[in-house]
Design a protein around this ligand. Structure first.
Ligand code: HNI
Length: 147
């Protein structure tokens, strides 16, 4: 089981409290689609993903980015049982969506970049340490139903 210090819990909560889910969701998912274009294959129904401008102004990307952040919000609210919280979501990405699990890490990295650029100096190294740990646990939980 993952052990969280009070400070880690506080840092993770603080980051979420400062997050605008719509804005950060679009920026993070948009970045994934632009920086790692092979990820576009999972979003064939999302319409125009032709270039960076099209991706960043695509309403379906924006809506789905927000959905992903609300998914992460669930992990933040269930820090002591992220594995169980994500059991179904892991199954969905594995068996139904067939998303290559390597992509979870890419999304996590893009989100960290968005948070760092939005929070600036307030995103201290200690805070980043707690955040990276959180994302590592999230990614591991999402990978659990893959075999
Ligand atoms: Ni993901 C659907 C959460 C990473 C591709 N994804 C969801 C849903 C949630 C979610 C929540 C909605 C589920 C439902 O409808 O019941 N996804 C997350 C989280 C992460 C993540 C928390 C990682 C931090 N998803 C990824 C990645 C990809 C991805 C990296 C592909 C590159 N997800 C999808 C696709 C869908 C999806 C595709 C279905 C979208 C749709 O609406 O058709």
């Amino acid at each position: 089981m993952v052990v969280w210090t009070d400070q880690e819990r506080a840092f993770i909560k603080e980051i979420f409290s400062k997050l605008n889910y719509e804005d950060a969701g679009l920026k993070a998912l948009g970045r994934v689609l632009i920086v790692y274009p092979w990820t576009q294959r999972y979003f064939g129904g999302f319409g125009n993903l032709y270039n960076a401008e099209a991706i960043m102004s695509n309403q379906m990307v924006a809506a789905h980015g927000t959905v992903v952040l609300h998914g992460l919000d669930k992990a933040m609210k269930n820090l002591d049982d992220i594995k169980k919280t994500y059991a179904e979501l892991s199954l969905l990405h594995s068996e139904k969506l067939h998303v290559d699990p390597d992509n979870f890490r890419l999304l996590a990295d893009c989100l960290t970049i968005v948070i760092a650029s939005t929070m600036g100096k307030a995103f201290t190294p200690d805070m980043q340490a707690a955040w990276q740990k959180f994302l590592a646990v999230v990614v591991s939980a999402l990978c659990r139903q893959y075999h």
